[in-house]
Write a protein that binds this ligand. Structure first.
Ligand code: ARG
Length: 569
C-alpha cells in the first residue's frame, strides 16, 4: 500500500537535505482533520537550518513537488506544514488493499528475525491465578502480532516447576498426603497442603530446614522426591490445560525451570571463571553494586541448591544457542523488575554475544486486584482463573438469554463473549497500570470492552446479511465515501499495519485494543449517520463495501489479541 508519510518525507528530503527516515519519524497525524491528514512540524529543523519554523514551512511549501493524484494541497499553519491527501486516492488504496488481501495488515518486516517470548509460566501445584492470566494474554497477543509481521516467533511457557516450594510440598505430602485427595482436585488439595506446611514452617524452623533439604534431594535426583514431584507436575499441567483450552493459548515450548537443572553447573562454572562469583555466608553471589543494583544476585544458596535466578541464566544460555534470538521478551509482573535487572546484568558475564544480552527485555505489567484485594497463594486467598473464566461465560450467557433468547449456539457465543471480555479487559489499558477487576465493566456491552467490539462486528455482519451481497471492489465508486464518518473509518483502516508495528515497538498490545475501540466507534458513527441500504445503488455499494471492510479489520485485530468473534450475538 502507498506509504503517504514516506512520500511526504521523500519530497521534503529533496529540499532540506536531511535523512528521509528521520524526516519521516517527525511526521504527525493531526488530531483535528481540519489540519490535514499529515503534519510536518518544522520547528524540528529550526536549529539545524538556523531559521524560524514558519519560514522553513513557507520555503518547503514553495519548493515542494507534489503529485496531485496523491496530495490535494499543502498549507502552512504556524510552524507546521499540513498535508491534505487526495481523499479518493486514500479510499482506493485502502479498499483495494483490503479486497486483495485475506490477511490485511500482514507483512514481512520481521523476516529473518527470531523473537522468543516467555509468558504465562504458572507454578506447578499452585493455582493458575489472575496475575498469570495477564501474562498469558499479553504474551499471547504479542506472539500473534509478531508472527503476523513476519517474525519467527517462539512462545515459551517457563513453568515454575522447580524450587524450594517443592521441598515444602514434598514435606507436606509426606506428613499428611493421605488426608488429601490430590488425584481428584489436584491444585486445590495441593494448595491446602502448601498453606498448611507454610504455617508449620513459620512455627518450626526444623521443618523449614527439612523442606530445604527435600529440594536439595530433588536436585540430586533422589528417586522418592522425584516421583512425587513428577506426580504433582503432571496433575497440575492437566489442570492448567483447561485454562489454556478456554483461552486458546499456544506454546512452542514447555521447558520450565526444572528443564535447566542439568544446565546450571555450566552457568556456575562460567561465572566462577569470570572471577565475579563471590562467597558470602556460604552462598555464591554476584555483587552488582557497581552496576547500580544494591541487592546481589544469589547464584547458589548456602546448602548448595540453585535459585530461580540461576535457572533463568541457564535459560538465557540455552535460548541463545537454540533459538539465536534477536529479542527475548519476558512478560512478567513488575514485581519481578529487580530479578530481571539482576539476571540481565549477570547474563553479560556468560560470554555470549552482545546481540543476545542486548535483546533481553523485561515486559512488565501491573497487578490485578479483585475488589477484595490482592491475591496471594501463600495465604490461600486466591481466585482460580478457571472459575473466573467460567463465571464470565455464565454471565455472558445470562445477558444473551435476556437480550436475544432466540439466538442459536448460545453456549458457543457465550464462551466467545465471556472469554473475549476477560481477555480484552486485560489488554485495554497500558500494561504497566494496576487494574481492578470489575464484572460490570468487563462485560458492559456499551463500554470500551471486548463485547462492544464483538457487538459492532456482529452489526457489520447483519448489515451484510440484510444487503444480501458484498459488491466486487470494481463496483465501488470511491467518491461515494467522502463524508466525514466514512473518511474516519478509511483513515483508521489505512493505519492498521502501522498500529501493529507500534505494538511491537513498544511491546504494548493496548495500542491495538485502543485502535479497535476507535474503529468500532467510527463504525457506529457511520452507521448512525448513514443509511446503508438505499435506493441509489452506487451509494449502497460503497457503503456496504465499507461495512465489510470495517468488519474484516475488526475481526483480524480482535483475533490477533486472542479474541474470537461470533457472527451473531
Ligand atoms: N513462574 C514465575 C511466577 O509465577 C514466572 C516465571 C517467568 N519467567 C521467567 N523466565 N522467569 O512468578
Amino acid at each position: 500500500m502507498i506509504n503517504f508519510k514516506n512520500i511526504i518525507a521523500k519530497e521534503i528530503a529533496e529540499i532540506v537535505n536531511i535523512n528521509e527516515k528521520e524526516l519521516e519519524s517527525y511526521i504527525e497525524i493531526p488530531k483535528d482533520t481540519n489540519n490535514g491528514d499529515y503534519a510536518f512540524p518544522c520547528f524540528r529543523l529550526a536549529k539545524e537550518l538556523k531559521k524560524a519554523p514558519q519560514m522553513i514551512a513557507e520555503d518547503i511549501k514553495n519548493q515542494i513537488k507534489i503529485d496531485e493524484k496523491i496530495i490535494d494541497k499543502v498549507e502552512v499553519a504556524g510552524g507546521y506544514l499540513n498535508f491534505y491527501i487526495h481523499q479518493e486516492q486514500m479510499i482506493k488504496e485502502v479498499l483495494q488493499e483490503i479486497a486483495n488481501h485475506e490477511e490485511y495488515g500482514k507483512s514481512e518486516i520481521g523476516k529473518g528475525k527470531n523473537i522468543v517470548i516467555d509468558y504465562s509460566a504458572p507454578n506447578i501445584a499452585k493455582p493458575f491465578h489472575i496475575g498469570h492470566l495477564r501474562s498469558t494474554v499479553i504474551g499471547g497477543a504479542l506472539y500473534n502480532i509478531y508472527k503476523y509481521l513476519g517474525y519467527h516467533t517462539i512462545g515459551i511457557n517457563h513453568l515454575g516447576d522447580y524450587g524450594t516450594q517443592f521441598g515444602k510440598l514434598i514435606e507436606g505430602y509426606k506428613l499428611w498426603g493421605k488426608e488429601y485427595d490430590i488425584e481428584k482436585d489436584p491444585i486445590n488439595e495441593l494448595t491446602k497442603i502448601y498453606v498448611r506446611i507454610n504455617q508449620l514452617c513459620k512455627e518450626d524452623e526444623k521443618v523449614l530446614e527439612q523442606c530445604r533439604m527435600n529440594f536439595k534431594l530433588l536436585e540430586e535426583g533422589d528417586s522418592y522426591c522425584t516421583e512425587i514431584w513428577e506426580k504433582f507436575r503432571s496433575l497440575s499441567l492437566k489442570e492448567f490445560q483447561k485454562v489454556y483450552d478456554l483461552l486458546g493459548s499456544h506454546f512452542d515450548s514447555w521447558n520450565g525451570e526444572a528443564f535447566y537443572s542439568d544446565k546450571m553447573p555450566e552457568v556456575i562454572q562460567i561465572l566462577e571463571k569470570s572471577g565475579k562469583l563471590e562467597e558470602s555466608q556460604g552462598a555464591k553471589i554476584i555483587n552488582l553494586e557497581d552496576k547500580g543494583i544494591n541487592t546481589p544476585c544469589i547464584i547458589q544458596k548456602s546448602n548448595g541448591s540453585t535459585t530461580y535466578a540461576t535457572r533463568d541464566l541457564a535459560a538465557i544460555l540455552y535460548r541463545a544457542r537454540t533459538y539465536d534470538f534477536d529479542k527475548a521478551l519476558y512478560v512478567v509482573s513488575y514485581e519481578q523488575t529487580l530479578h530481571f535487572k539482576q539476571v540481565f546484568e549477570v547474563a553479560k558475564l556468560l560470554g555470549i554475544d552482545e546481540k543476545y544480552t542486548n535483546g533481553l527485555k523485561h515486559v512488565p505489567f501491573g497487578m490485578v486486584a479483585l475488589p477484595t484485594g490482592k491475591m496471594s497463594t501463600r495465604e490461600g486467598n486466591i481466585v482460580k482463573l478457571e472459575e473466573l473464566l467460567n463465571e464470565a461465560i455464565a454471565r455472558a450467557k445470562e445477558i444473551i438469554e435476556e437480550k436475544n433468547p432466540e439466538l442459536q449456539n448460545k453456549e458457543e457465543v457465550a464462551k466467545k463473549v465471556g472469554v473475549g471480555a476477560v481477555i480484552f479487559n486485560d489488554l485495554s489499558n497500558s500494561r504497566i497500570k494496576d487494574e481492578i477487576f470489575d464484572w460490570n465493566q468487563v462485560l458492559n456491552f456499551q463500554g470500551e470492552t471486548g463485547p462492544y467490539i464483538q457487538y459492532t462486528y456482529v452489526r457489520t455482519k447483519s448489515v451484510l446479511e440484510k444487503a444480501g451481497y458484498v459488491p466486487k471492489i470494481e463496483e465501488v465508486q470511491y467518491d461515494k465515501l467522502l463524508d466525514e464518518t466514512s473518511k474516519n473509518i478509511i483513515k483508521l483502516l489505512y493505519n492498521f499495519e502501522n498500529i501493529l508495528e507500534q505494538v511491537t515497538d513498544k511491546e504494548e498490545p493496548s495500542i491495538l485494543s485502543r485502535y479497535l475501540i476507535d474503529l468500532a466507534k467510527a463504525f457506529s458513527n457511520f452507521y448512525n449517520d448513514n443509511k446503508i441500504l438505499v435506493e441509489d445503488k452506487e451509494i449502497q455499494n460503497a457503503r456496504v463495501y465499507l461495512t465489510y471492510a470495517a468488519g474484516k479489520v475488526l475481526k483480524i485485530g480482535a483475533n490477533l489479541l486472542g479474541i474470537e468473534m461470533p457472527d451473531k450475538m
